[in-house]
Write a protein that binds this ligand. Structure first.
Ligand code: ATP
Ligand code: MG
Length: 356
């Protein structure tokens, strides 16, 4: 409230007489907000800021009545209310996906009778939504394992401890749930460290051989599902300029998904080849379950999982690909997916090549 009052006082103090319009124009040119000045008959004296176009007001409106056919009725009502009450009026107006806070201020200048300030809050609101979703996603992801652990502990306490076989089964499951939670926390910390820039990328020349050791680390996982992994490096593939351990993580997350979302007996290929203009291209190809076309745009979002993977409790929290995208983009690279349901998926990563 305090800011509003001081704002009103300031504007009234600065627009009392004829030069006010000239002054307003200068102020408008440095303001981040949209600004509209009207005379007592609602003739537009000044219209500044692209946001105004969302309410049907633009350069062409200057010299014309605000009550022309194009003006958004909500803006008209607000101006009218400010005039009638001789008090500042404020409201939110949504238009074309933009969330704007619009404020009409009656002033007592010689020419200007009403000032309208307009602020596009869409980005701030979007960030607020992301934060809220984030918290609710984290809580949701933790609720299932926490509930499971609690129920199993209660069952043990209620007597299952005496049944050696059941007890050992419960204890194993508790440990498994704890492992999932620990993994999720690790991924979350990793994401936030990357985003906050706390752990900057350590750029160096990374030969592909160093990167491809990650394949051998995951091979036992694939073998347990009778899957084969082949590696093909095209001749002339350059080394990568990047952070070796982060790039290893990219490959691990992609490969881990390929193994997870490919049925037993399936086949996975890791390919590397020279790319355009000083880049190297890595591909992770599987012949697994694939991703529906409508989902392909969302898989890189945090916590996003396909409905089918959502049903499999405790199998990952949907953070792996968000980390992949962050790391790759942090390298100035790009990651994309090409997939056909029931046929398989190909993830393509383009990274800067090291200068030899
Ligand atoms: N190779 C793939 N084949 C089919 N679907 C995939 C593949 N990779 C990812 N997906 C889909 O994208 C979703 C998001 O993947 P992501 O790696 O971010 O999460 P996750 O594997 O479910 O969990 P986490 O990686 O955190 O353990 C997966 O849940 C799955 O639905
Ligand atoms: Mg994953």
């Amino acid at each position: 409230m305090g800011t509003r009052r001081s704002y009103t006082q300031r504007s009234m103090a600065s627009v009392p007489v004829a030069p006010s319009l000239h002054l307003l124009r200068e102020v408008a040119s440095v303001l981040e907000e949209g600004l509209l000045a009207l005379d007592a008959d609602d003739i537009v004296l000044l219209a500044s800021g692209s946001e105004l176009a969302l309410l049907g007001v633009g350069d062409a409106s200057v010299g014309m009545s605000l009550r022309s056919a194009h003006t958004d009725y909500r803006l008209l009502r607000l101006v009218q209310a400010a005039r009638d009450s001789d008090a500042v009026q404020e409201r939110e107006i949504d238009s074309a996906g933009h969330e704007m806070v619009v404020r009409a201020v009656p002033v007592h200048g010689e020419d200007v009778a009403t000032l309208v300030m307009l602020r596009d809050e869409s980005r701030v609101r979007q960030l607020e939504r992301v934060r809220r979703d984030f918290i609710s996603n984290v809580s949701h992801e933790l609720r299932t394992p926490v509930t499971a652990v609690r129920l199993m502990a209660e069952t043990l306490e209620a007597g299952a401890l005496d049944d050696r076989e059941a007890a050992s089964d419960f204890v194993k499951r508790i440990a498994l749930e704890a492992t999932h939670m620990a993994q999720m926390l690790e991924e979350l910390l990793e994401l936030s460290a990357i985003e906050s820039g706390l752990r900057p990328l350590a750029f160096e020349r990374v030969p592909l051989t160093a990167l491809l050791t990650m394949v051998d680390r995951l091979r036992p996982l694939a073998e347990a599902k009778q899957q084969t992994i082949t590696v093909r490096v095209a001749s002339g593939t350059p080394a990568i300029y990047g952070d070796a351990s982060r790039l290893g993580q990219v490959l691990r997350n992609l490969l881990h998904n390929a193994i997870k979302f490919t049925p037993p007996g399936g086949h996975i290929a890791i390919e590397a080849a020279p790319g355009d203009a000083g880049t190297a291209v890595l591909r992770c190809i599987d012949d697994g379950v694939g991703i529906a076309p409508e989902d392909q745009g969302r898989i890189f979002e945090r916590f996003w999982k396909a409905d089918s993977s959502r049903q499999r409790d405790g199998e990952g929290s949907g953070l792996g690909l968000a980390i992949v995208r962050h790391v790759v983009e942090g390298h100035g690279g790009r990651v994309s997916v090409d997939s056909t349901p029931r046929r398989g998926s190909t993830f393509t990563v383009i990274l800067p090549a090291a200068l030899d």
